[in-house]
Design a protein around this ligand. Structure first.
Ligand code: 5AD
Ligand code: FES
Length: 348
């Protein structure tokens, strides 16, 4: 007999009970409990973080990438894309602007671009840390060796984001070429933790070939990793990828997962992602109400924002981009939270 999810299932999560596989899958499939689920997630979020929303200034340092993930618009095989790299001076001026606006975390994200050698990355990181000693630096530069991660950490990097994308081996193989492996991705994540980074992982919701069973594996993997940060967003189609015939992921399922993650990981830093804001004009507000407590406005120079095109129709790429922080602050307040000027470490 198939198990049904009820309010009691949500209550069990709220009390920090570990649900069975069947219960979790039932909850993922149920759309009638969302209101209650989001209210419970918000309760836990407020218990741990009050109404505070942390901001991270996202600086997209390069759209060159040696990889060829089938879902991603900046994949090496996309010959239509014009490529750019930011210089250290570009990055520092983004940070200066960000600092003035109240950012105390800078996230340097980029494709796996071999131009950025360890020495170059370390030089940028240590320059930011010496000019802004009260700020955290987060890196999101993909899979690197243990030694490289150690070097970045010694240069001053505090946090690292590396989504696992899917914790199911077969599914991983359908999203990535053979040159990439889930095993290596997982090893990187455990290395990052071992080295002492505040570590973030996550996955796309509704990526091609995803099932409720693979989502269950994602949740179980996160339980074993115990990340400080968990980023999820709907899969969104990009016209110049092999997956361009696949539909976008579901907003509703993404929000349900945000709430489930908040209940399973009460202390986690969970962003309401740009992908959520892209699939629905109010997606980020909805993400906050479902338990997210971080937003990551774009601090990249406006001239390159369109080029960092992981998926189609990405928001905040036009002339309005300089206004993002003002826009987001009012969006955050419209749903009962407030942006704070704080380095925003995990509370535990
Ligand atoms: N749709 C949604 N998210 C995507 N990402 C990459 N391509 C897409 C897409 N088409 C996500 C991946 C990656 C993060 C930086 O962006 O999860 O880890
Ligand atoms: Fe970028 Fe609103 S957050 S324009």
């Amino acid at each position: 007999m198939e198990i049904k999810a009820t309010k009691a299932t949500v209550d069990a999560l709220l009390k920090n009970k570990n649900l069975s596989d069947e219960e979790l899958i039932a909850l993922l499939k149920t759309d009638t409990l969302d209101e209650y689920l989001f209210a419970c997630a918000d309760k836990i979020r407020r218990l741990n973080y009050g109404n505070e929303v942390y901001i991270r200034g996202l600086i997209e340092i390069s759209n060159y990438c040696k990889n060829n993930c089938y879902y991603c618009g900046i994949r090496a095989g996309n010959a239509k894309l014009s490529r750019y790299r930011l210089s250290k001076e570009d990055v520092l001026s983004c940070c200066r602007e960000g600092y003035r606006l109240g950012f105390r975390t800078f996230v340097l994200q980029g494709g796996e671009d071999m131009f950025f050698t360890d020495d170059i990355v370390c030089d940028i990181v240590s320059s930011i840390k010496s000019e802004f000693p009260d700020c955290a630096v987060t890196l999101s530069l993909g899979e690197k060796s243990f030694e490289s991660y150690v070097k970045y950490r010694n240069a001053g990097a505090d946090r690292y984001l590396l989504r696992h994308e899917t914790a199911d081996n077969e599914h991983y193989g359908k999203l990535h070429p053979e040159t990439m492996s889930l095993e290596n991705r997982k090893e990187c994540l455990f290395n990052l933790k071992k080295i002492g980074y505040q570590t973030g992982s996550g996955f796309m919701v509704g990526s091609p070939y995803q099932t409720y069973e693979t989502l269950l594996e994602d949740l179980r993997f996160l339980q074993s990793l115990k990340p400080d940060m968990i980023g999820i967003g709907p899969y969104l189609t990009h016209q110049d990828t092999p997956f361009n015939k696949f539909e976008n992921g579901s907003l509703a399922l993404t929000l349900r997962l945000v709430a489930i993650l908040r209940l399973m990981f009460p202390y986690a830093l969970i962003p309401s992602t740009t992908a959520l804001g892209t699939i629905n004009p109010n997606g980020r507000e909805m993400g906050l109400k479902a338990g997210a407590n971080v937003v990551m406005p774009n601090l990249s120079p406006t001239s390159v924002r369109k080029l960092y095109s992981l998926y189609d129709h990405k928001i905040c790429t036009g002339d309005e981009a300089a206004q993002c922080i003002v826009c987001l602050a009012s969006r955050v307040e419209s749903v009962g939270y407030r942006i704070v000027t704080d380095v925003g470490n995990v509370k535990k």
